[in-house]
Design a protein around this ligand. Structure first.
Ligand SMILES: NC(=O)c1ccc[n+]([C@@H]2O[C@H](COP(=O)([O-])OP(=O)(O)OC[C@H]3O[C@@H](n4cnc5c(N)ncnc54)[C@H](OP(=O)(O)O)[C@@H]3O)[C@@H](O)[C@H]2O)c1
Length: 274
Protein backbone atom coordinates (compact mmCIF):
# COMPACT_ATOMS: atom_id res chain seq x y z
CA UNK A 1 0.00 0.00 0.00
CA UNK A 2 1.41 3.36 -1.05
CA UNK A 3 0.08 6.58 0.48
CA UNK A 4 1.01 10.00 -0.92
CA UNK A 5 0.67 13.42 0.70
CA UNK A 6 0.34 16.72 -1.14
CA UNK A 7 1.55 19.29 1.40
CA UNK A 8 3.86 18.17 4.15
CA UNK A 9 3.11 20.30 7.22
CA UNK A 10 1.77 19.41 10.66
CA UNK A 11 -1.00 17.06 9.46
CA UNK A 12 0.96 15.17 6.78
CA UNK A 13 4.14 14.76 8.83
CA UNK A 14 2.24 13.51 11.91
CA UNK A 15 0.07 11.05 9.99
CA UNK A 16 3.05 9.88 7.88
CA UNK A 17 5.08 9.13 10.97
CA UNK A 18 2.31 6.90 12.34
CA UNK A 19 1.56 5.21 9.01
CA UNK A 20 5.24 4.46 8.41
CA UNK A 21 5.55 2.96 11.89
CA UNK A 22 2.68 0.66 10.88
CA UNK A 23 4.42 -0.49 7.70
CA UNK A 24 2.87 1.81 5.07
CA UNK A 25 5.03 3.16 2.24
CA UNK A 26 4.58 6.94 2.44
CA UNK A 27 5.62 9.48 -0.21
CA UNK A 28 5.41 13.20 -0.78
CA UNK A 29 6.85 15.82 -3.12
CA UNK A 30 8.51 18.95 -1.76
CA UNK A 31 9.55 20.61 -5.01
CA UNK A 32 9.11 24.37 -4.56
CA UNK A 33 8.11 24.10 -0.88
CA UNK A 34 9.38 26.17 2.07
CA UNK A 35 12.07 25.55 4.67
CA UNK A 36 9.74 24.09 7.33
CA UNK A 37 8.27 21.57 4.88
CA UNK A 38 11.76 20.50 3.79
CA UNK A 39 12.79 20.06 7.43
CA UNK A 40 9.67 18.06 8.30
CA UNK A 41 10.21 15.76 5.31
CA UNK A 42 13.83 15.18 6.32
CA UNK A 43 12.95 14.57 9.98
CA UNK A 44 10.13 12.15 9.13
CA UNK A 45 12.28 10.33 6.53
CA UNK A 46 9.31 10.21 4.14
CA UNK A 47 10.16 9.02 0.60
CA UNK A 48 10.20 11.69 -2.10
CA UNK A 49 9.04 11.95 -5.71
CA UNK A 50 10.48 14.66 -7.93
CA UNK A 51 7.10 15.68 -9.34
CA UNK A 52 3.46 15.87 -8.25
CA UNK A 53 2.57 13.99 -11.44
CA UNK A 54 4.61 10.97 -10.32
CA UNK A 55 3.26 11.24 -6.77
CA UNK A 56 -0.32 11.23 -8.09
CA UNK A 57 0.25 8.40 -10.56
CA UNK A 58 1.89 6.09 -8.00
CA UNK A 59 -0.24 6.63 -4.86
CA UNK A 60 -2.99 4.14 -3.98
CA UNK A 61 -4.33 6.83 -1.66
CA UNK A 62 -3.36 10.47 -2.27
CA UNK A 63 -4.15 12.86 0.59
CA UNK A 64 -4.31 16.63 0.15
CA UNK A 65 -3.34 18.44 3.37
CA UNK A 66 -2.24 21.84 2.16
CA UNK A 67 -3.92 25.08 3.25
CA UNK A 68 -7.64 25.70 2.72
CA UNK A 69 -7.07 28.37 0.06
CA UNK A 70 -4.97 25.95 -2.07
CA UNK A 71 -7.27 22.91 -1.91
CA UNK A 72 -8.81 23.53 -5.35
CA UNK A 73 -5.48 24.46 -7.02
CA UNK A 74 -3.67 21.27 -6.00
CA UNK A 75 -6.60 19.07 -7.02
CA UNK A 76 -6.56 20.79 -10.41
CA UNK A 77 -2.78 20.26 -10.65
CA UNK A 78 -3.01 16.45 -10.18
CA UNK A 79 -6.59 15.89 -11.38
CA UNK A 80 -5.71 14.04 -14.56
CA UNK A 81 -2.84 12.01 -13.05
CA UNK A 82 -4.46 10.64 -9.89
CA UNK A 83 -4.79 6.87 -10.36
CA UNK A 84 -5.88 5.81 -6.88
CA UNK A 85 -8.21 7.45 -4.38
CA UNK A 86 -7.95 11.21 -3.83
CA UNK A 87 -8.76 12.42 -0.31
CA UNK A 88 -9.26 16.09 0.52
CA UNK A 89 -8.41 16.66 4.20
CA UNK A 90 -8.41 20.46 4.24
CA UNK A 91 -10.70 22.63 6.36
CA UNK A 92 -13.07 23.74 3.61
CA UNK A 93 -16.82 24.10 3.18
CA UNK A 94 -18.94 21.39 1.48
CA UNK A 95 -19.25 23.58 -1.65
CA UNK A 96 -15.50 24.02 -1.91
CA UNK A 97 -15.02 20.28 -1.29
CA UNK A 98 -17.32 19.43 -4.18
CA UNK A 99 -15.54 21.95 -6.44
CA UNK A 100 -12.16 20.49 -5.39
CA UNK A 101 -13.10 16.85 -5.89
CA UNK A 102 -14.71 17.56 -9.27
CA UNK A 103 -11.13 18.16 -10.53
CA UNK A 104 -10.24 14.48 -10.06
CA UNK A 105 -10.90 12.87 -13.43
CA UNK A 106 -11.15 9.21 -12.30
CA UNK A 107 -13.90 10.22 -9.81
CA UNK A 108 -12.40 8.15 -6.97
CA UNK A 109 -12.74 10.79 -4.28
CA UNK A 110 -13.20 11.17 -0.53
CA UNK A 111 -14.22 14.16 1.59
CA UNK A 112 -12.35 13.89 4.91
CA UNK A 113 -12.27 16.17 7.94
CA UNK A 114 -10.07 16.15 11.00
CA UNK A 115 -11.94 16.57 14.27
CA UNK A 116 -9.49 17.80 16.91
CA UNK A 117 -5.81 18.56 17.04
CA UNK A 118 -3.28 16.45 15.15
CA UNK A 119 -0.51 17.74 17.40
CA UNK A 120 -2.28 16.53 20.56
CA UNK A 121 -3.61 13.22 19.22
CA UNK A 122 -1.04 12.11 16.65
CA UNK A 123 -2.14 9.39 14.19
CA UNK A 124 -5.05 8.61 16.51
CA UNK A 125 -6.73 11.95 15.74
CA UNK A 126 -10.38 11.50 14.81
CA UNK A 127 -11.02 11.69 11.06
CA UNK A 128 -14.49 11.55 9.54
CA UNK A 129 -14.95 10.66 5.89
CA UNK A 130 -17.72 10.60 3.30
CA UNK A 131 -18.05 9.84 -0.39
CA UNK A 132 -18.25 6.78 -2.60
CA UNK A 133 -14.66 5.69 -1.77
CA UNK A 134 -14.69 6.53 1.95
CA UNK A 135 -14.81 2.84 2.94
CA UNK A 136 -11.58 2.14 1.05
CA UNK A 137 -9.89 5.16 2.64
CA UNK A 138 -11.08 3.93 6.07
CA UNK A 139 -8.93 0.80 5.59
CA UNK A 140 -6.05 3.02 6.78
CA UNK A 141 -7.63 2.27 10.17
CA UNK A 142 -5.72 -1.04 9.90
CA UNK A 143 -2.51 1.02 9.90
CA UNK A 144 -3.15 3.18 12.97
CA UNK A 145 -5.52 5.88 11.70
CA UNK A 146 -8.86 6.57 13.41
CA UNK A 147 -11.36 6.98 10.55
CA UNK A 148 -15.16 6.88 10.74
CA UNK A 149 -17.26 6.82 7.58
CA UNK A 150 -20.21 9.20 8.00
CA UNK A 151 -21.99 8.98 4.66
CA UNK A 152 -21.85 8.22 0.91
CA UNK A 153 -21.68 11.80 -0.42
CA UNK A 154 -18.88 14.32 -0.79
CA UNK A 155 -19.74 17.33 1.38
CA UNK A 156 -21.16 15.35 4.31
CA UNK A 157 -17.93 15.00 6.32
CA UNK A 158 -16.92 18.64 5.79
CA UNK A 159 -20.52 19.68 6.58
CA UNK A 160 -20.38 17.88 9.95
CA UNK A 161 -17.03 19.50 10.73
CA UNK A 162 -18.28 22.99 9.84
CA UNK A 163 -21.60 22.74 11.69
CA UNK A 164 -19.93 21.29 14.79
CA UNK A 165 -17.47 24.11 14.62
CA UNK A 166 -20.31 26.66 14.26
CA UNK A 167 -21.95 25.28 17.41
CA UNK A 168 -18.77 25.20 19.53
CA UNK A 169 -17.72 28.70 18.45
CA UNK A 170 -21.18 30.13 19.16
CA UNK A 171 -21.21 28.58 22.64
CA UNK A 172 -17.65 29.81 23.29
CA UNK A 173 -18.61 33.36 22.28
CA UNK A 174 -21.58 33.38 24.67
CA UNK A 175 -19.49 31.88 27.47
CA UNK A 176 -16.72 34.43 26.97
CA UNK A 177 -19.16 37.35 27.02
CA UNK A 178 -20.97 36.07 30.13
CA UNK A 179 -17.84 35.32 32.18
CA UNK A 180 -16.18 38.60 31.13
CA UNK A 181 -19.11 40.57 32.54
CA UNK A 182 -19.20 38.34 35.63
CA UNK A 183 -15.45 38.99 36.12
CA UNK A 184 -16.04 42.75 35.98
CA UNK A 185 -18.69 42.35 38.70
CA UNK A 186 -16.37 40.11 40.77
CA UNK A 187 -18.72 37.11 40.51
CA UNK A 188 -17.06 35.00 37.78
CA UNK A 189 -16.29 31.99 40.05
CA UNK A 190 -19.88 32.03 41.35
CA UNK A 191 -21.39 32.19 37.84
CA UNK A 192 -19.18 29.30 36.69
CA UNK A 193 -20.22 27.27 39.76
CA UNK A 194 -23.92 27.87 39.17
CA UNK A 195 -23.67 26.96 35.47
CA UNK A 196 -21.77 23.78 36.37
CA UNK A 197 -24.81 22.65 38.41
CA UNK A 198 -26.66 22.15 35.11
CA UNK A 199 -23.72 21.49 32.77
CA UNK A 200 -21.93 18.85 34.86
CA UNK A 201 -18.75 18.39 36.86
CA UNK A 202 -16.16 18.96 34.14
CA UNK A 203 -17.75 22.22 33.05
CA UNK A 204 -15.49 24.65 34.94
CA UNK A 205 -12.16 23.27 33.62
CA UNK A 206 -13.42 23.08 30.07
CA UNK A 207 -15.03 26.56 30.31
CA UNK A 208 -11.76 28.14 31.47
CA UNK A 209 -9.82 26.42 28.69
CA UNK A 210 -12.46 27.54 26.14
CA UNK A 211 -12.32 31.18 27.24
CA UNK A 212 -8.53 31.20 26.87
CA UNK A 213 -8.61 29.47 23.44
CA UNK A 214 -11.35 31.84 22.27
CA UNK A 215 -9.04 34.84 22.80
CA UNK A 216 -5.82 33.11 21.72
CA UNK A 217 -7.25 31.78 18.43
CA UNK A 218 -9.65 34.67 17.68
CA UNK A 219 -8.16 35.39 14.24
CA UNK A 220 -8.29 31.78 12.99
CA UNK A 221 -11.81 31.38 14.40
CA UNK A 222 -13.12 34.46 12.66
CA UNK A 223 -11.70 33.09 9.36
CA UNK A 224 -13.43 29.75 9.96
CA UNK A 225 -16.71 31.54 10.73
CA UNK A 226 -16.57 33.19 7.29
CA UNK A 227 -16.66 29.68 5.72
CA UNK A 228 -19.60 28.73 7.99
CA UNK A 229 -21.59 31.83 7.04
CA UNK A 230 -20.91 31.18 3.37
CA UNK A 231 -22.31 27.67 3.75
CA UNK A 232 -25.39 28.66 5.78
CA UNK A 233 -26.27 31.81 3.83
CA UNK A 234 -27.15 29.74 0.79
CA UNK A 235 -30.44 28.68 2.36
CA UNK A 236 -31.35 31.28 5.03
CA UNK A 237 -30.11 34.23 7.03
CA UNK A 238 -27.97 32.64 9.82
CA UNK A 239 -28.54 35.28 12.51
CA UNK A 240 -26.77 33.52 15.42
CA UNK A 241 -23.78 32.49 13.30
CA UNK A 242 -23.39 36.05 11.98
CA UNK A 243 -23.37 37.29 15.59
CA UNK A 244 -20.62 34.76 16.39
CA UNK A 245 -18.56 36.04 13.45
CA UNK A 246 -19.04 39.64 14.65
CA UNK A 247 -17.94 38.60 18.16
CA UNK A 248 -14.70 36.99 16.87
CA UNK A 249 -13.97 39.95 14.57
CA UNK A 250 -14.32 42.38 17.50
CA UNK A 251 -12.22 40.22 19.80
CA UNK A 252 -9.54 39.87 17.15
CA UNK A 253 -9.42 43.67 16.81
CA UNK A 254 -9.13 44.18 20.58
CA UNK A 255 -6.62 41.54 21.54
CA UNK A 256 -3.41 40.09 20.05
CA UNK A 257 -1.73 37.39 22.13
CA UNK A 258 1.70 36.01 21.27
CA UNK A 259 1.45 33.20 23.74
CA UNK A 260 -1.42 31.31 25.32
CA UNK A 261 -2.34 32.91 28.69
CA UNK A 262 -2.56 30.62 31.72
CA UNK A 263 -5.72 32.18 33.10
CA UNK A 264 -8.62 34.23 31.73
CA UNK A 265 -7.95 37.12 34.15
CA UNK A 266 -4.98 38.18 31.94
CA UNK A 267 -7.27 38.37 28.92
CA UNK A 268 -10.10 40.23 30.65
CA UNK A 269 -7.64 42.81 32.06
CA UNK A 270 -6.36 43.62 28.54
CA UNK A 271 -9.90 44.02 27.22
CA UNK A 272 -10.99 46.19 30.17
CA UNK A 273 -8.01 48.53 29.62
CA UNK A 274 -9.01 49.29 26.01
N1 LIG B 1 -3.17 20.86 12.16
C1 LIG B 1 -4.36 20.42 12.56
O1 LIG B 1 -4.50 19.92 13.71
C2 LIG B 1 -5.55 20.47 11.61
C3 LIG B 1 -6.81 20.11 12.12
C4 LIG B 1 -7.90 20.15 11.26
C5 LIG B 1 -7.73 20.46 9.92
N2 LIG B 1 -6.50 20.80 9.44
C6 LIG B 1 -6.39 21.13 7.99
O2 LIG B 1 -5.40 20.30 7.38
C7 LIG B 1 -4.69 21.03 6.36
C8 LIG B 1 -3.19 20.97 6.65
O3 LIG B 1 -2.95 21.57 7.92
P1 LIG B 1 -1.49 21.65 8.55
O4 LIG B 1 -1.69 22.01 9.98
O5 LIG B 1 -0.69 20.46 8.19
O6 LIG B 1 -0.92 22.93 7.76
P2 LIG B 1 0.60 23.40 7.65
O7 LIG B 1 1.41 22.85 8.78
O8 LIG B 1 0.55 24.86 7.42
O9 LIG B 1 1.13 22.68 6.30
C9 LIG B 1 0.63 22.98 5.04
C10 LIG B 1 1.52 22.29 4.03
O10 LIG B 1 0.98 22.47 2.73
C11 LIG B 1 2.01 22.95 1.86
N3 LIG B 1 1.41 23.67 0.75
C12 LIG B 1 0.76 24.84 0.76
N4 LIG B 1 0.34 25.16 -0.49
C13 LIG B 1 0.74 24.14 -1.29
C14 LIG B 1 0.64 23.88 -2.68
N5 LIG B 1 -0.01 24.72 -3.51
N6 LIG B 1 1.18 22.74 -3.17
C15 LIG B 1 1.81 21.86 -2.35
N7 LIG B 1 1.96 22.05 -1.03
C16 LIG B 1 1.42 23.18 -0.50
C17 LIG B 1 2.89 23.78 2.77
O11 LIG B 1 4.15 24.04 2.19
P3 LIG B 1 5.02 25.38 2.50
O12 LIG B 1 5.90 25.03 3.65
O13 LIG B 1 5.80 25.64 1.25
O14 LIG B 1 4.07 26.49 2.83
C18 LIG B 1 2.96 22.84 3.97
O15 LIG B 1 3.84 21.78 3.72
C19 LIG B 1 -5.26 22.45 6.38
O16 LIG B 1 -6.18 22.62 5.33
C20 LIG B 1 -5.93 22.56 7.75
O17 LIG B 1 -7.04 23.45 7.68
C21 LIG B 1 -5.40 20.82 10.26
Amino acid sequence: MQVGFIGFGEVASTLSQGLMENGVDVYTCIVGRGKRTNELAKKTKVKLYNSYKELAECSDILISSVIPSNAVNVAEMVGKYSNGIYVDMNNISPNTVRKTLAMIENGKTVDAAIIGSVLKNGINVKVIASGAFADTFAKLGNYGMNITVVGPENGQASGIKLLRSNYTKGVSALLFESIYHAYKLGIDKEVLNYISETEGQNFIDSAVSRIISTAFNAERRSEEMVEVIEMLSLKQNPVMSKATLKFFNNLNKNIKLNKRPVNYGEIFKIISED
